[in-house]
Design a protein around this ligand. Sequence first.
Ligand code: ZN
Length: 214
Amino acid sequence: MTPIERLALLFEKFPGIGPRQAQRFVYHLLTQDGEYVSSLTSLIQDVRSGVRECAMCFRFFAHGKTTNLCSICSNSERDHTLLMIIERDADITPIERSKTYNGLYFVFGGTIPLLDQHHTKKTRGPALRAIIEKRLQEGLKEVILAFSVNPDGENTTRYVEVQLAPFQEKGLLVSILGRGLSTGSELEYADAETIKNALKNRSKQGFLEIPPEE
Ligand SMILES: [Zn+2]
């Protein structure tokens, strides 16, 4: 295999990138000057060594020398009574940009596909329970579920609802982000106005039905 083909294969692993786009990336790189390519390669290396996962919300952040908490989790000006559970890091950007949410986050690490029960291993269900336990002692009052409006997202919402049921009995409010969006839309691409409405229209009624213990 040629270096061009090998690099194209690596680009194909990027989310949403197919073989044709991957090949265009390679040819794009070939037309750039050496400085561009060397700053790209060194940044790719830096991003591995200079970025870590936040111990509370699991989002990636450029860490300082001592902290293991990101700028959101360590910010006392944020509303620590609110925690939004999102699928991935990229969901935070449009919400922060909308300036309509001042609470905390938890990056769940994906969704649980409706037809694949074993995927729960790749997400952070157990970590979530531990974090909620910790956050409750710091004044947490409400958890907002913000998964995609599609079958996998809804499946994940149900899974997390069951995980949170014991905390609801202790008074934790669990709400679901209202979308006002068409089915299938993703938070990552939502604009500020949509996010504002989705937050305003989040459901807080007792929707939970806990399946009987087996
Ligand atoms: Zn954090």
